[in-house]
Design a protein around this ligand. Structure first.
Ligand code: MLT
Length: 410
């Protein structure tokens, strides 16, 4: 008799974004004529940069002849891409990593979800709340979260980030072994200063904890004093794994490419207290379970670091950040409290009249045909908030603001 991993049975029926897609689809069936503006899932709308398209076409042609064909690549990624990452994303910020500390993958969602494979099931978990649901759900699957009671997992330490604390998480009052931090933050769109991030690195150093640092949105940082990488903080290589993604940086949500940095200085421990280098374990895990990102994709990713690629990526990011500015100004003009959106493509909106997140989501969908993401879907501290993304088309973004203004001023 084959037995299931019963931890899966503890999960809620479906993933947050699948739930929302279902609701939107049923609305479409009952309201076929209404034009929906999607500001829910953080999916990009602008095409890939021309430099990426050109590099991918060239890579396709290479695969067409015997002399330049590529079969299996290195599971860790091709050195042409890893070298470009090291030079442009790290050395340029004074962070020096070895090529074998970088693992190219199909994106940060898979890596943040899979990283726990290397760690025992009885580690304690800390998350900022609200939180990207993958961190929680993947730990539910591994049996680290306990049971769900009133919207909270009993063995997870929730660190609230709300208006009251200006969305700055305090260090946990209970010991945690693994801490998930995402900055710029999904979903609140807020950031951490170097001093704030330093507190977390020092906490992890003092407690032999590990920080899972998701910086998928670092390309959206506009203020020069906000850290792009946790390794800008002294000592972080001893305690942090960093996840990066080309999805939001360069429009790869459908193409799939990202990477994870596992420094060689980072150790975890056996029950007997022996130290184990996590870089070795992740390498072993990836070589067994992953056959690498496609050659075409990696050539496309490499192209974002060319001079034209950089310029084109910047233009697209400016486009989305202009959307974010239009939205922030528009929402404030409607009298709403709104956060984020200055160093991140997400805006975190306090619902009017103390409406619950889902109630406000439904009203927006049915009364103005705008799709957001209910804050409570990201955790208990998200109740009473709604997330909007700036990844839309400009005309749709402006139309959404007009609809909201009319609706709220009725
Ligand atoms: C989001 O909307 O939070 C993201 O698009 C989800 C993701 O990147 O997987």
């Amino acid at each position: 008799m084959a037995l299931v991993n019963e931890h899966f049975l503890k999960l809620q029926n479906s993933y947050l974004f699948s739930d929302i897609a279902k609701k939107v689809n049923s609305f479409k069936i009952t309201h076929p004529k209404d034009k929906i503006i999607r500001m829910g899932i953080g999916d990009v709308t602008q095409p890939l940069p021309p430099a990426v398209i050109e590099a991918m076409h060239k890579a396709v042609d290479e695969l067409a002849t015997k002399e330049t064909f590529h079969g299996y690549g290195p599971e860790q990624g091709y050195s042409f891409l890893i070298d470009a990452i090291l030079k442009n994303d790290y050395a340029s910020r004074g962070v020096y990593l070895e090529p074998s500390e970088v693992f190219v993958s199909d994106g940060a969602k898979s890596d943040t979800g899979n990283i726990g494979d290397m760690l025992r099931h009885d580690n304690s978990i800390g998350v900022t709340d609200p939180v990207y649901p993958v961190y929680i759900d993947s730990n539910v699957m591994s049996g680290r979260t306990g049971i769900l009671e009133n919207g909270k997992w009993s063995d997870v330490v929730y660190i609230p980030c709300t208006e009251e604390n200006n969305f700055i998480p305090s260090l946990p009052d209970r010991r945690v072994d693994i801490i998930y931090l995402c900055y710029p933050n999904n979903p609140t769109g807020t950031t951490l200063s170097k001093d704030e991030l330093k507190k977390w690195v020092n906490y992890a150093l003092a407690n032999n904890a590990i920080i899972m640092y998701d910086s998928a949105y670092e390309a959206y940082i506009q203020d020069t004093d906000i850290p792009h990488s946790i390794y800008e903080i002294k000592g972080a290589k001893k305690v942090a794994i960093e996840f990066r993604s080309f999805s939001k940086t360069a429009g790869f949500t459908g193409v799939r490419c990202g990477y994870t940095v596992v420094p060689k200085e980072l150790n975890a421990f056996t029950l007997n207290g022996e130290t184990v280098q996590l870089n070795k374990l992740w390498n072993r895990r990836q070589s067994t379970k992953f056959n690498g990102t496609s050659y075409i994709t990696q050539r496309g990713a490499e192209a974002i670091y060319s001079p034209e690629g950089k310029k084109q990526v910047k233009e697209t990011i400016n486009y989305y950040m202009t959307n974010a500015r239009i939205m922030k100004e528009g929402l404030r003009a409607c009298g709403l409290n709104v956060y984020g959106g200055t160093n991140a493509p997400y805006l975190w909106l306090k619902t009017p009249d103390r409406l619950s997140s889902w109630k406000f989501f439904d009203k927006l969908l049915y009364e103005v045909n705008i799709v957001g993401t209910p804050g409570v879907g990201f955790g208990p501290s998200g109740e009473g908030y709604l997330r909007l993304t700036a990844f839309g088309d400009r005309n749709d973004t402006m139309e959404a603001m007009d609809r909201l203004k009319k609706w709220l001023h009725q």
